[in-house]
Design a protein around this ligand. Sequence first.
Ligand SMILES: Nc1nc2c(c(=O)[nH]1)N[C@H]1C(S)=C(S)[C@@H](COP(=O)(O)OP(=O)(O)OC[C@H]3O[C@@H](n4cnc5c(=O)[nH]c(N)nc54)[C@H](O)[C@@H]3O)O[C@H]1N2
Ligand SMILES: Nc1nc2c(c(=O)[nH]1)N[C@H]1C(S)=C(S)[C@@H](COP(=O)(O)OP(=O)(O)OC[C@H]3O[C@@H](n4cnc5c(=O)[nH]c(N)nc54)[C@H](O)[C@@H]3O)O[C@H]1N2
Ligand SMILES: [Mo]
Length: 774
Amino acid sequence: MKHQNRNIGIAPYGGSAGGWGALKAVADAIRGQMSVKQDVIALFKVNQPEGFDCPGCAWPDPQHRSSFEFCENGAKAVSWEATSKRTTPEFFAAHTVSELWHRNAFELEGEGRLTHPMKYDAASDTYQPIEWETAFNEIGALLRSYDDPDSVEFYTSGRASNEAAFLWQLFAREYGTNNFPDCSNMCHEPTSVGLPQSIGVGKGTVELEDFDHCDLVLCIGHNPGTNHPRMLATLRDVSKRGKTIVAINPLRERGLERFTSPQSPIEMLSMGSTQLASTYYKVRVGGDAAMLKGVMKCLLAMHEKALAAGEPGVLDESFISEHTEGFEALKADLEATDWSHILKVSGMELEEIQNIAHLYADAENTIICYGMGITQHQYGTQNVQQIANLLLMRGNIGKRGAGICPLRGHSNVQGDRTVGITEIPPQWMLDNIEKVFGFKPPQKHGHGAVAAIQAMRDGKAKALLCLGGNLAEAISDPQVTFEAMRKLDLVVHMATKLNRSHLLLGKHNYLFPVLGRTEIDRQASGEQSVTVEDSMSMVHASRGTLKPASPYLKSEPALVASLAKATLRNSRVDWDKMIGDYSFIRDAIEAVIPGFDDFNNRIMTPGGFRLPVAASQRKWLTPSGKAQFKVMQGINEDPRSLKCHDLVLTTLRSHDQYNTTLYGLNDRYRGVTGRRDVLFMAADEAEKRQFRVGDKVNMVALDPEGNRTGRRLDNLTVVVYDMAPGSVAAYYPEANVMVPLDSHDTESGIPAYKSIPVELELCEAPVETSGALR
Ligand SMILES: Nc1nc2c(c(=O)[nH]1)N[C@H]1C(S)=C(S)[C@@H](COP(=O)(O)OP(=O)(O)OC[C@H]3O[C@@H](n4cnc5c(=O)[nH]c(N)nc54)[C@H](O)[C@@H]3O)O[C@H]1N2
Ligand SMILES: Nc1nc2c(c(=O)[nH]1)N[C@H]1C(S)=C(S)[C@@H](COP(=O)(O)OP(=O)(O)OC[C@H]3O[C@@H](n4cnc5c(=O)[nH]c(N)nc54)[C@H](O)[C@@H]3O)O[C@H]1N2
Ligand SMILES: [Mo]
């Protein structure tokens, strides 16, 4: 095969997603990380009514579960947490922080679970153990010494449970700030900001059962084979019902094409598979808004043509007039957008866009799923709103089998938002906190993730407290971010495993080990459960079953409460009561956040309960009470790439990673083995530049004028891949050096990780792997 070269770890993948390959990958992961006894107990309890919620993704669980829902990447996430390896005080004593800084994510997390509370000692350049109480008192004293509560940043990663997140926001707000940078700011913020304007709620409107009744699923800009593997079982059922799945993605992703269900003995034994997407359209990176406007423009034309012929139109006019506003403005915008522009920016053929419009017009019920391919752009919010527009045109929101389905990332990122982790809190939330707890929370809006880094860069932030995550590597622009973090006075991390954020030192640094989702959490009243909310607003309980990795671990809620108690003098919150029995935290959530009525009882039901999503009932919580068609100016979701249209870079996840956590160096479905320093490009693009597979190239970022910037990633290995021309792709987080901090969505602030104008040059002689590509 022309583009094949096994010696460099690049060879096309011929199999389906799932199947025996997935079973083998799990077996390898478990052998590497877990003891056998634990793995059996752990895996069989994932996403079971009495077990723990899988930390892998936020896809919901089917109500009628098979004995366990097998998922390769869920199993990897669990075995990674339940590892028998430990990062002990002896390990820290033997390695200076400067030395550890040169290790990559794979090596750092590969050391295993953190076991003791640690504090950085500058004299020896090592982390050293510290007593919990001493650490709390020191941190409390520092936090009290700052004049301005807004100089402290409270970061949250989306793994935190509702209980931990609720206490976290309570602590920060009683302390006096709404600074809540969180991973949602880098993920589905355009959904949280864009959908309330469109349909009155910042969440998806579908339930899992809707997939049993849909006729068409459009999958735009997400990669379920890797990132939401349990979704493949749902798509397989849609396909088996004879319904249509259309994938719209710059890269051909195996997980969207063919799937072998490990739950199906017939498929497994016959080496068979189910075809998923019936049609696959390769949109250019950053071309979604153009494609969506094109589809809507086709619908308008089809509608008018049908009416002229005396046939029923394709738009749902009665829905539009009864439930929406702004249609005329949208229509005028679509009419003013010319086809040549749409085709150029989307990189698609007119017939392809027409085909999508016809499939959509023919379907009674349509669901549109989308992920980071839509949100992580400079106009990510407007992108999301174009999807809502398309659905509203045919009344596809608030009816069975139809709706909008943002695929959330972290397993509780949606729940954290629901219970108050937001830098732009609604007034009712602040009022309820005041009513329930008797202190007045700050009214001023706080910092999201980018604003928090800007505050550090500008010397305005004094402290960063992180409830999980790896902010330094997850956010854009490491050049600016790393230096910004080094200016801090106080840095506190609560984590399960060591990562590079922990090695970015301010003046006072603490690293605290926490219990993971898989572990037993015992407090004064006995073993505790926590709760999480999935992508479809289902809230359910999660209870760990494994022995904690170390006797010194604290649960996240307990740790947050200890910090709050040590910091806040005369706190109005009874922290000990809530920590003794988490059901009191849930009572407090119920009192503050609408929709959690009878919370403690309702989580006793297997599968939990669904939070109300008004738009699902066609109740539009917008100022006018109607759903809104939102006009996007122009069609370019990344205006910075307007003038230099040659090549745009997108950054994505491999099959062997969980965000900044690397389980390994393979990307099985894309045919890459043992390396991450690759650049995916279409055959045409490679040929145009006379690059061959395996060639080494340097990539340079361009500014909006098309001039070269100082941002570059050197020595990337060319991988020819079936993907849209005009686009290249590299892995996150390595490629974050290409994304400037101030390159973000103007409305939601999400970093524009997914279309960066670039230029390539052939390396004459391969240079040493660049510093950024570790
Ligand atoms: N195993 C595993 N599971 C995960 C994660 C993980 O890292 N590993 N991360 C979790 C988290 S936090 C999240 S947010 C989700 C992320 O899940 P996804 O949304 O699937 O995330 P990505 O891998 O960033 O990219 C998604 C897809 O977008 C496509 N794409 C890139 N640019 C564009 C574009 O401009 N337009 C369109 N239409 N498509 C584009 C890429 O080709 C890729 O297939 O997964 C969650 N689940
Ligand atoms: N270029 C580019 N950048 C991106 C993205 C992209 O697509 N492209 N995606 C963005 C997205 S969608 C997201 S969500 C962010 C991810 O941002 P983060 O959530 O900040 O990052 P993670 O890599 O998930 O964090 C991993 C760390 O979390 C800790 N951890 C794991 N489990 C637990 C736990 O149970 N409790 C606690 N306290 N800690 C735990 C471990 O120490 C681990 O090292 O990255 C964003 N960055
Ligand atoms: Mo995410």
